[in-house]
Structure formats: C-alpha cells, structure tokens
Design a protein around this ligand. Structure first.
Ligand code: FAD
Ligand code: SIN
Length: 550
C-alpha cells in the first residue's frame, strides 16, 4: 500500500483551494470534489471579505464587532488570529489576481450588518465567483496539484477502524470515495486528510446554499469519532429573494450597508424599533425581526427598499442583483424587493484547534465545515471567507512542519470498500421522500424560532428516519443521493441534539421555552460518539462489518 498524496483535500471552495495552493509548496496535493471544481458555496458569495485595511479602522474594532455579533460565545484567540492575520492573506489573494474593487488607490470597502466600519473588500456583487475563478486557475496550473472532480467522499479511513495500532488515540489515513462517473468506490490514502467540505444549508427547506452543501464533512468526522461543536447555531440570512423559481437567490447585506431599508407591506421600517442599528443589526436579530413581522402581519415576505438611492449607483454597485431581480420583473430602482430569511451558514462544525487540527491525528478541518470558535453564537457578516483563508494557511503551516514525522507511520493493509449486502438502489422514491421530509421538519421545528416541544417532535422523526436511512445505506450500492441523504440525516440529528442541550436563548439559537441568556459563562455544545453512543441509530452502522467504516 502507498499514499496517493501528501495532502488529500476534500472540497474546492476557498478553504480547500487556498490550502492546496500553499500545501503544494511542501508536497503533492490531491483535491477531491463532488461536482465540477467550480461548484461550492464560495462561488455564490456576494458581499465580500471583512478585513481591516482602512486607515480609520482597527483590529480592536473588528475584534469587538465579531465578539458582539457572536453573543458571548466566540473564542477570543480564534477571533484575534482571524482579524490580525486576515489582512496578509487578503493581500495575498489580491496579489494573485482577485480583482477587488478599488477606489482612490485603496480597496473600495462595503459595510454589512454588525460592522461598525466599512471594511468589506468585494469584487462587484460577485466576490465569490471572482475568488473561485482566480484560485482554481492557479491550482489547475500548479504541477503539484491534481484534481478528482465528480468524486464524493463517503467515509474516512482511520487506523482504529481498520483494527490497526494507533499510537495517539487514532489516526486518519484517507477515505473511501465514490467516482460518480464510473460508479466505482475507490480508496484514497494520504499523510494528511483535510475536510474543506463546507456547510449544510441543504438540511433546511429554504436555503441560499447550492446543492453540494449537505454537511458531508461534519457527518464523516462525527462518524469517525471527532468532536463536533455548536451545531445549534444555524445562521438564517435575512434577505433572500422571495419569488417562485429564484432558488434561494441572495440579496446581499451590502444593500442594507448602502442604506437599504426593511419595510413591511404597509411601508413601515419595522427594524428601527427593534435595534439601534435598525436593518443593519447583526443577522440573528434581523432574521428574527423579519420572522416576527411576517407572523404578526400574516404576510409571506417583507420588502427591502432601495428606491431612495441613486439609480446609477445601484446598477453599478450591484449589477448581478439588479439583473437577477429584473429577470423576475422587479426593478429595485423603482420598487422594493420582496425578501424572506433562508438558511445560510453553519457557525458550528468539526471542532478544531487554532491550526485547523481536529481531535484526530492526520485530520484537519478548515472553512465552514470547521468550528474554530471565531463565530460564536452568530457569525459577523463576511467573516467566513476570511476564516477559510486564515485557518487554511495556518493548517498548512502546521501540517507541513510535521510531514516528515508522518512518513514514519507504516500503512496497514486497507481493505477495499465492503459492499455488504448491497443491491442496486431500487427505491429512489424512499430517498427523495426522506430528503423532503427532513428538510421540511427541520425548517418548521428547528428553524429561526424553536421550542422544546418542536425539538422533541423533530427528534422523534429524525430517529425513525435515520435508522431507516442507515439500514438502506448498508443494503444498497452507494450512489451520490444516498451518501448525501445519510449525511443530511446525521447532521439534522446533531443539530437537534445540540439545540436540546442549550437551555437558553443566545445568538442564533432562540427558544420560546428559555427566552433569556443563561447564567454564568457560556460554553460550546460539544458532541462526540461518547454522548450519543448507544443511540439505536448508531447501531446499524456499528453492525456493518469489520471492513466497512463504522
Ligand atoms: P465551500 O465553498 O462550500 O466548498 C465546499 C466544497 O466541498 C465544494 O467544492 C463541495 O463540492 C465539496 N464537497 C462537499 N462535500 C464533499 C464530499 N463528500 N466529497 C467531495 N467534495 C465535497 N461569506 C463571506 O464571508 N462573505 C460573503 O459575502 C458571503 N456570501 C455568501 C453568499 C451566499 C449565497 C452563500 C451561500 C454563502 C455566502 N458566504 C459568504 C458564506 C461563504 O461563502 C462560505 O461560508 C464559504 O465560501 C465556505 O467556503 P468553504 O471552502 O469552507 O466551503
Ligand atoms: C451577503 O452578501 O449578504 C452575505 C455575506 C455573508 O454571508 O457573509
């Protein structure tokens, strides 16, 4: 047996490709991604990257804004790293060709919710697309980087799972992956494995995320024995276009940063009475404000009003948003845009240290899949792309410094994927039915406003579905749909369990039964196999046989 690469990276968004480019200076890199490499949450980012570059701004203010948005649950060390190391990474991104907008010889800076300053670098209103294009071009032309596209990771391979000696608890040595084109399951082995698989917006019925966001990395890491944290903190973006067929199109917070006002159908600026920053309050507050207003008035949406701003400015600053709205017959220069909240971002994830290291040797998690502690109970706008850059770079530095030690681990014999009792996938309807059901009850019972009763209802449903899904998974040949469904179900279970454990309302977690902040110092909600071991839905996984990943 031999390694396929020094660094095996799952995911081709900002975190994965930034890691790949830097790691390629130290060894061979294999980037595995489940669709074409350009597909990711990163590609859809609009507002930009928050970073201190303006003369009147300061690290202290960016730190303070992040802590305030995070509602007392941020890890100060992670915040300090992200904020202070951000400008260097952002400059490096600009240096390799990302066309951030400029004004008067400096970066043109936008403002978003919760920021006390203009500090968001952007490339028009398609920042993510511009970043992804430049990063992918650089990675594709690097001699040390290879790509495996249309290839989806199924489960991690660890020494303990193989029954081999694991010197430090356990060690990850790669993963089983499905080549979607051939339908074959392959084994990929590496000295370091990196999860950069993004978030899990598809857990919810309405989301701004693309189809790839199914929480695969969170579920894989959890199954392998890693700790996950703070999964109850799911961020709902306040303003998603409300139009049939718009597929969760985001209306960037940057519009409110330029003076956009949120109004109800009667034209009232309802956010002004709810927070001193009005429509530019931190996201949890605005999303909840909209939800309350819709329930109070019985309306299907609220409105983002830009009509008081100069028409030319709107078209020049937000060309893609303007064009998309126009394609639905909405001219934001003349009429307010109908908007609703939608699931947007996961503040929790696989728990990592300040170098992206998980609780398992040889396994890193970076970007949205990770819980670094930066976002606490609510992410400050545009801090996510920043997190991918800073912690991606830190993970490379950490892994590269240890790569020679890793070479000393002898690779055990790794069996090929165990097909178990596999039959061809025969009941597509089961997969789609379960998928729809989960996304709907997650929206209704585990959404913006929660209660213990709703969470317990959700738990009863997910327990039943999860056991059916896991059973189905081991009875059939794997395909992309069942891989994603198993992960969606597992992440839903973890969100519900985390939400039930938090008996207070904080940041993005709001529950009617505990409407106030808890007393004392708040702690992250941590879950690992020890907490849920013995849960019946894990048993079919454990029964699956010695050679199949548990
Ligand atoms: P992603 O960019 O999501 O990449 C994940 C990658 O992993 C994808 O390539 C996916 O195909 C791959 N993958 C997943 N599972 C598997 C698997 N099992 N096997 C193989 N590959 C897999 N943040 C900001 O800071 N500023 C913004 O302006 C902003 N705007 C946003 C707008 C929208 C519409 C959305 C959806 C998000 C926005 N965000 C923004 C959030 C931000 O874009 C994401 O958090 C960030 O891009 C995540 O980057 P990532 O590299 O961690 O993951
Ligand atoms: C937006 O442009 O509103 C999204 C910014 C973010 O999610 O950070």
């Amino acid at each position: 047996m031999s390694y396929d690469a020094d660094y095996l990276v799952f995911g081709s968004g900002i975190a994965g490709i930034w890691f790949a480019l830097k790691a390629a200076e130290h060894g061979s890199v294999l980037v595995v991604t489940k669709r074409e490499a350009s597909e990711s949450n990163t590609r859809y980012a609009q507002g930009g990257i928050a970073s201190v570059t303006a003369v009147g701004d300061s690290f202290e203010q960016h730190v303070s804004d992040t802590l305030v948005a995070g509602a007392g649950l941020c890890d100060l060390a992670a915040v300090e790293r992200a904020v202070r190391e951000g400008p260097e990474q952002v400059q490096a991104l600009s240096d390799i060709g990302v066309p951030f907008d400029q004004s008067g010889g400096a970066f043109d800076l936008g403002r978003e919710g919760g920021h006390s300053q203009r500090r968001v670098l952007h490339a028009g209103d398609v920042t993510g697309k511009a970043i992804a294009a430049v990063l992918l071009e650089a990675a594709r032309s690097h001699p040390n980087i290879r790509f495996a596209e249309e290839t989806v990771a199924i489960d991690l391979i660890t020494l303990r799972r193989l029954g081999a000696e694991a010197p430090d608890g356990d060690r990850c040595i790669g993963a089983y992956v499905l080549d979607k084109r051939s339908g074959e399951v392959r084994t990929m082995l590496a000295r370091n494995t990196v999860l950069a698989t993004g978030g899990a917006g598809k857990v919810y019925l309405y989301t701004t995320n693309p189809d790839v966001a199914t929480g695969d990395g969170i579920a894989m890491a959890y199954r392998a024995g890693c700790t996950v944290a703070n999964l109850e903190f799911v961020q709902f973006h306040p303003t998603c276009l409300y139009q049939p067929g718009s597929k969760g199109f985001l209306i960037s917070e940057a519009l409110r940063g330029e003076g956009g006002e949120l109004r109800n159908a009667a034209g009232e600026p309802f956010m002004r009475g709810l927070h001193e920053m009005g429509a530019l309050a931190p996201r949890d507050i605005v999303a909840r404000g909209i939800d309350m207003e819709m329930k109070r008035t019985g309306a299907d949406c609220v409105y983002l009003d830009m009509t008081h701003l100069p028409s030319d400015f709107l078209v020049e600053r937000f060309p893609t948003i303007h064009e998309t709205c126009m394609s639905f017959g909405i001219d934001m220069r003349k009429q307010p845009i109908p908007v609703v909240p939608a699931c947007h971002y996961f503040c929790g994830g696989v728990e990592v240290d300040l170098d992206g290291g998980t609780s398992m040797d040889g396994l890193y998690a970076i970007g949205e899949v990770a819980y670094t502690g930066l976002h606490g109970a609510n992410r400050l706008a545009s801090n996510s792309l920043l997190e991918g850059l800073v912690f991606g770079a830190r993970a490379v530095a950490h892994a590269a410094a240890r790569i020679h030690g890793v070479a000393a681990y002898p690779l055990p014999e790794v069996p090929t994927w165990n097909r178990g009792r596999a039959r061809s996938p025969d009941e597509a309807v089961i997969v789609s039915q379960n998928w729809d059901e989960i996304r709907r009850f997650m929206w209704n019972y585990v959404g913006i406003v929660r209660s213990t009763k709703r969470l317990l209802r959700a738990r009863r449903r997910i327990d039943l579905l999860l056991s059916e899904i896991v059973e189905y998974f081991w009875d059939h040949d794997v395909d992309n749909d069942i891989i994603e469904l198993r992960n969606i179900a597992m992440v839903s279970k973890l969100i519900i369990e985390s939400a039930l454990r938090r008996t207070e309302s904080r940041g993005l977690h709001y529950t009617l039964d505990f409407p106030d902040l808890g007393r004392g110092t708040p702690l992250p909600t941590r879950l690992d196999r020890r907490q849920l071991e013995g849960a019946f839905w894990l048993r079919p996984v454990l029964r699956a046989g010695a050679t199949a990943p548990k």
